[in-house]
Design a protein around this ligand. Structure first.
Ligand SMILES: NC(=O)c1ccc[n+]([C@@H]2O[C@H](COP(=O)([O-])OP(=O)(O)OC[C@H]3O[C@@H](n4cnc5c(N)ncnc54)[C@H](O)[C@@H]3O)[C@@H](O)[C@H]2O)c1
Length: 445
């Protein structure tokens, strides 16, 4: 195929993207893939969503949502307008002109990248690859994945990248539950394997938001890891300072508020019970793992990881101390955990520090209940299997508890009422700030 033909295939795809006749295939309809599918649908593209989980596909087909902050009517509207079509039939991948990969990239038990979902997906795409398709990896991963893992498999079809098909990496920056920043106003960093790969992928994302092209897929991959490592390191810094500030009798939240008045050179981060979610506790370790290939030790990442992982232990230590003051032992105490979601106002409990806290409390002989308006029932996770349902918060239940640990500061909680009726509060989020007359029963942790 000559240079002219190569340009012709890219030009055709560009034209289809511009006219919104390009069909968008999205693989993995989770916290990232589902909102992305909706946004492309809302911009006039026909979207085909793919997932292995038939329960999710059934729900969408019935116009229901399985992610609490995504309203069902948004899905129903999209499906009724025939803008969103979902399936577990991956042979239909050949119908899509642009395929966006949004499958999980977790860590293994040994804290190493688990690319099994991604490799399986790549194999499926390779089996269905057709000339003229653009493939974009959105899942977070270490620098080099697109070129070292995806490219060889897709090229094994005898089609040539940048000529027959196009390959790019564009990190997903979705912040679930954030109403201010969504896929339509968060700029999209894009790196392509070739110039035509970059141009087609940039054009695609320009149709929903602003693209930020970079020189390579590796640069785009590292951009995402820089963003999340930056968060992890800064959160670890304030977590460490929180422990020091407690010892000094200083309120670190007051200090952070004061520091935030500096109009330049400072970004506020807040301490908490430990890291949670699919990104911050995991992504930096993708980089640390890859760095070993270069005989390089990412010391900031390791240290931040150690500090952040130790925070649930600190919460337990503060709980033991506080119960002790009340002449009680943790063994035999009744504890209520408020919030098991990893952050406020979402139904995502992945890697939640609440689970680590719950496990330690149970191991030390406490009776544990939890309440979370966003998570009515605990399901089995990779690490934990607590068969529990959310306990309603009544005055009586609060009064029965020896301690209430605030792990997540959901907006639904009436903290004044919670403080009023509880015997002891361990507040890991500064959620009880400004609640007067109850200082003696609140411990900041
Ligand atoms: N959740 C976030 O806030 C967030 C933000 C930015 C980036 N990311 C990254 O985006 C990626 C996806 O994260 P998520 O939170 O959406 O995960 P998720 O677990 O919510 O969704 C992933 C979906 O992929 C499906 N899936 C798994 N293997 C599949 C396969 N082989 N074929 C088709 N579907 C498959 C699962 O059933 C699930 O529905 C990860 O790399 C994550 O690090 C997540």
């Amino acid at each position: 195929m000559n240079q002219e033909n190569k340009g012709a295939i890219a030009s055709k795809l560009l034209e289809m993207i511009e006219q919104r006749t390009a069909r968008i295939g999205i693989i993995g309809l989770g916290y990232v893939g589902l909102p992305l599918a909706i946004h492309f649908g809302e911009k006039g593209f026909h979207v085909i969503g793919f997932d292995l989980d038939s329960r999710k596909i059934d729900k969408i087909l019935h116009g229901e949502s399985y992610i609490k902050h995504i309203p069902a009517d948004q899905i129903k509207k999209m499906a009724d307008a025939k803008q969103l079509d979902v399936t577990i039939d991956f042979s239909r991948l050949s119908e899509a002109d642009c395929i966006l990969i949004c499958v999980p990239t977790p860590l293994s038990d040994k804290m190493e990248p688990d690319l099994s979902y991604l490799l399986q997906t790549t194999e499926t795409i390779a089996n269905n690859l057709r000339r003229g398709q653009l493939i974009v990896l959105e899942s977070t991963t270490y620098p080099g994945t697109t070129q070292e893992m995806l490219l060889p498999q897709l090229s094994s079809t005898n089609m040539k990248v940048g000529q027959d098909f196009f390959l790019a990496f564009s990190p997903e920056r979705e912040d679930p539950g954030n109403k201010k920043f969504t896929a339509t106003n968060i700029p999209k960093v894009v790196g392509g394997v070739t110039n035509d790969c970059l141009e087609t992928a940039t054009a695609l994302y320009n149709s929903i938001t602003r693209s930020v092209p970079v020189s390579s897929t590796q640069a785009a991959e590292l951009t995402k890891l820089l963003e999340n490592t930056f968060r992890s390191v800064n959160i670890a810094l304030v977590n460490e300072l929180k422990i020091l500030a407690h010892k000094m009798g200083i309120d670190l939240f007051e200090v952070i508020d004061a520091a935030s008045t500096k109009p330049f050179g400072y970004t506020p981060f807040y301490p908490g019970p430990g890291l949670g979610g699919h990104c911050i506790p995991i992504d930096p370790f993708y980089l640390a793992w890859k760095a070993k290939e270069y005989d390089f030790s990412t010391r900031f990442i390791q240290l931040a990881g150690e500090i952040n992982v130790s925070m649930p232990y600190y919460v337990i230590e503060k709980t033991v101390e506080a119960l002790n003051k009340n002449k009680k032992s943790l063994n035999g105490s009744s504890i209520l955990i408020l919030g098991i979601a990893y952050k406020k106002d979402v139904d995502d409990d992945r890697e939640s520090p609440g689970y680590a806290i719950m496990k330690m409390l149970l191991e030390k002989g406490a009776t544990v209940n939890y309440n979370d308006p966003w998570i009515p029932k605990l399901h089995t996770t990779r690490k934990y299997n607590f068969q529990m349902e959310s306990t309603p918060i009544t005055r009586e239940i609060l009064a029965e508890m020896d301690a209430v640990i605030i792990v997540t500061d959901h907006s639904d909680y009436d903290f004044a009422e919670i403080v009023k009726h509880s015997n002891l509060i361990i507040d890991t989020r500064n959620a009880t700030k400004g609640i007067k007359g109850a200082n003696e029963k609140i411990v900041m942790a």
